[in-house]
Design a protein around this ligand. Structure first.
Ligand SMILES: [Zn+2]
Ligand SMILES: [Zn+2]
Length: 129
């Protein structure tokens, strides 16, 4: 198993369609890892348990409708660019992860808040949702 950082393994960021697309931008990996390290300190543990919901996506899988089990996303998504990770840290609400990232990177990145995960990407023009 190839490890990209303390908490992130390559197979976890691979496209879920099985196409083999499993690259991820280093800055994105480092930002998610820094977030994990922060909450490890907050929780008082050596390492958090990270659940990656979605990482790299080929365009075909990215377009796959939600009704067919896909993300139903648009071609503008950062996931096909291998610059985005959707994740959850066990024991931490996605809302708190969002707030942490938004405070840490006030004028950077794309950060999205969802009920069950937080989206982080390293796009050039910042975005929030
Ligand atoms: Zn794919
Ligand atoms: Zn996402």
């Amino acid at each position: 198993m190839s490890q990209l950082s303390k908490n992130i393994y390559r197979h976890e960021i691979a496209c879920k369609c099985g196409c083999g697309f499993d690259t991820m931008d280093v800055e994105t990996v480092e930002a998610v890892q820094e977030c994990c390290d922060n909450f490890a300190r907050v929780l008082g543990v050596d390492r958090v348990i990270l659940d990656i919901t979605s990482g790299a996506r080929c365009l075909t899988y990215n377009r796959k409708p939600v009704s067919q089990g896909g993300p139903g996303s648009t071609d503008k998504s950062q996931h096909p660019k291998a610059r985005a990770i959707d994740f959850r840290i066990r024991g931490v609400s996605p809302h708190d992860v969002y707030e942490y990232l938004n405070a840490k990177y006030p004028e950077k990145y794309g950060i999205g808040k969802y009920n069950t995960f937080t989206h982080l990407d390293t796009r050039q023009v910042p975005a929030r949702w």
